[in-house]
Design a protein around this ligand. Structure first.
Ligand SMILES: Cc1cc2nc3c(=O)[nH]c(=O)nc-3n(C[C@H](O)[C@H](O)[C@H](O)COP(=O)(O)O)c2cc1C
Length: 250
C-alpha cells in the first residue's frame, strides 16, 4: 500500500490533541505508524591507543598494519562503503570489496556502466569507509579515482571464479531488469562460452582511489575515541608523498 504524505499526516495528527479532544473523535480505526526507537548505548573499548606518535608516517602503511591485524578477527575486512556523488553534489553510497592496496591507493572492481562508475567518470571525488566492529575501528578515506590499466583489470578478472566471470557479462549493472532476466542471460552465456575461456568485458574493470585524506578511528568508552587524520601535503604523483598527521576531537 502506498501512503501519501497528506494521508500520513491525517493519520498522526491526533497525537497533537488533548485526551478530552481525543475521546470526542473517532480514531479507533486509525493506524498509527510505530516509531523505531533505538536505545542501545554501545560502549566501545579497546586496550589499544592511537596517537600521532605511534602511527606510521605513510597512511597506506598504517592501513596495511590495521588490515593485517583485522584479518584474524573481522569477518570481511575488505568490505568498504564507497561514496560517490554527481557533479551537482547528489551523493550515493554502496558496499564494494577492496581487492588490492598498491603504492598509490585502494583498488576495487566493478562494471564501468554502473551508477557508481557513471558518477566517478563525471566526478572523480570519492570516499571509502571501513567499519570493523570486532576491533572497534573505523577508517575513512577521501580522494580522487582513476581507472586501473586494462592489464590490471584483465589479470584480476581472469583470477575470478568462472561463475563470477560469466555473471559480469550477464549483468548490465544498475539498469532496470525484469524478474529472472539476468539469470536467463547467464544460462545462455554459460552455454555459449562452454569450455572456452571467458574474455574480460570492455565494460568491466578496476578503479583506484588515490587518497588525499585518511582517518583512523579507535573506539573508546564515553565516546572519547581516538582519531588520527593524515592530510596530503604534496601532489598525489610525487615520488615520496608527505603527510600532515593530526589528532581530531572525537
Ligand atoms: C559485501 C558486498 C560486497 C560487494 N562488492 C561489490 C564489488 O566489489 N563490486 C561491485 O560492483 N559491487 C559490489 N557489491 C554490490 C554493490 O553494493 C552495488 O549493489 C552494486 O555495485 C551497484 O551499485 P551502483 O548501482 O551504485 O553502481 C557488493 C555488495 C556487498 C553487500
Amino acid at each position: 500500500m502506498i501512503i501519501t504524505t497528506s494521508r500520513l499526516f491525517s493519520q498522526t495528527r491526533h497525537l497533537l490533541l488533548t485526551p478530552t479532544a481525543l475521546s470526542r473523535r473517532k480514531i479507533m480505526d486509525v493506524h498509527i505508524p510505530p516509531k523505531l526507537v533505538v536505545t542501545t548505548h554501545n560502549q566501545y573499548k579497546t586496550p589499544d591507543h592511537l596517537t600521532v606518535d605511534n602511527v606510521r608516517p605513510q597512511p597506506l602503511d598504517q592501513f596495511k598494519d590495521w588490515f593485517e591485524a583485522a584479518r584474524t578477527t573481522v569477518a570481511e575486512p575488505e568490505a568498504m562503503t564507497l561514496s560517490t556523488s554527481t557533479p551537482s553534489g547528489v551523493p550515493s553510497a554502496r558496499v564494494v570489496l577492496l581487492k588490492l592496496v598498491d603504492d598509490k591507493g585502494f583498488i576495487f572492481f566493478t562494471n564501468y556502466t554502473s551508477r557508481k562508475s557513471k558518477e566517478l567518470l563525471e566526478n572523480p571525488n570519492a570516499a571509502l569507509t571501513f567499519y570493523w566492529k570486532e576491533v572497534s575501528r573505523q577508517i575513512r578515506v577521501v580522494g580522487k579515482v582513476e581507472k586501473v590499466t586494462r592489464q590490471e583489470s584483465e589479470e584480476y578478472f581472469q583470477s575470478r571464479p568462472l561463475g563470477s566471470r560469466i555473471g559480469a557479462w550477464a549483468s548490465k549493472q544498475s539498469s532496470v531488469v525484469e524478474e529472472g532476466e539476468v539469470q536467463e542471460r547467464y544460462a545462455k552465456l554459460e552455454k555459449r562460452f562452454g569450455e572456452d575461456s571467458v574474455p574480460t568485458p570492455e565494460f568491466w574493470g578496476g578503479w583506484r582511489l588515490i587518497p588525499d585524506e585518511v582517518e583512523f578511528w579507535l573506539g573508546k568508552p564515553s565516546r572519547l575515541h581516538d582519531r588520527v587524520q593524515y592530510t596530503r601535503q604534496n601532489a598525489p604523483d610525487s615520488e615520496t608523498p608527505s603527510w600532515t598527521i593530526r589528532r581530531l576531537a572525537p
